[in-house]
Design a binder for this molecule. Structure first.
Ligand SMILES: [Fe+2]
Ligand SMILES: [Fe+2]
Length: 255
């Protein structure tokens, strides 16, 4: 089970409230949650990560907001259950991938950032190719959270990795796309799973601030929106050979 960007305390509370239901219904072997917006809407802290782990996550992925909370740098370095984009600078705190045991398999979880309209240190296509070579049999299945802005790059990454990884799931836009599918080579793909946050605002922030910023072009301090929180993500069925047979979207109101 993969859950998209948890936005602020409404997102964390929505996740905590909904996860018992999702776990009982689907009995996932592995739960991966994107937490790049967990702390007040930008970044993550040790405390907000603990809340996500307590809800059932085994691994937390991040994105372009990974280092917004400086206090979390030590935590990102220390905790192997948290991954930030692989193709950020090697000087950045934390790691780009990790391996967890789930369902009798060694599953590699990779966080990768798109290069179009986002700042990266390396081209994501080259970075993931190099990593897959470096892994060399250390994982039975590979999950990739591709945190990227534009749909073209996200669809392209699915094709690039088809037949080589279990899943390529997009995050970052906070808006779910209607294209979950198993590619011909056996890789589950979705352009974006969406977010875990309020649908009452704009991408999880209160609409008044977002509208003011877009109307005036002036800087505005965004506040996290709290109404109409949904959990968005997907469920993927992975075979023993590390490829996938099924991907299903999760789009669930929390109240
Ligand atoms: Fe996000
Ligand atoms: Fe992002």
């Amino acid at each position: 089970m993969f859950i998209g960007d948890v936005v602020g305390s409404p997102g964390r509370e929505g996740l905590t409230a909904t996860m018992p239901l999702l776990r009982a219904e689907h009995k996932p072997d592995l739960i991966i949650v994107n937490g790049e917006n967990a702390a007040g809407g930008v970044g993550i802290t040790e405390q907000t990560a603990e809340e996500i782990f307590a809800a059932g996550a085994q691994v937390i992925t991040l994105g372009n907001h990974a280092y917004r909370q400086r206090e979390a740098f030590g935590f990102l370095n220390a905790d192997e259950r948290v991954v930030r984009p692989l193709n950020h600078s090697p000087e950045s705190p934390g790691r780009g991938w990790t391996i967890v045991e789930a369902g009798g398999m060694r599953v590699a979880v990779v966080n990768l950032s798109g290069a179009v309209q986002l700042q990266v240190d390396r081209n994501p296509f080259a970075a993931i190719d190099e990593l897959l070579e470096e892994m060399d049999g250390r994982a039975d299945a590979v999950f990739v959270d591709f945190h990227a802005e534009v749909t073209s790059e996200k669809v392209a990454m699915g094709w690039h990795l088809d037949g080589r990884v279990a899943a390529v799931c997009g995050t970052h836009t906070h808006v779910p796309t209607a294209d979950p599918r198993i590619l011909p080579g056996g890789t589950a793909h979705i352009t974006d799973v969406g977010m875990t946050g309020s649908r009452d605002g704009v991408l999880g922030v209160k609409r008044a601030g977002a509208l003011e910023s877009l109307r005036t072009g002036l800087p505005v301090r965004f506040e996290t929106a709290g109404e109409d929180v949904w959990v968005m993500g997907c469920l993927i069925e992975v075979r023993d050979d590390g490829l996938s047979t099924r991907i299903e979207q999760i789009l669930l109101p929390t109240a």
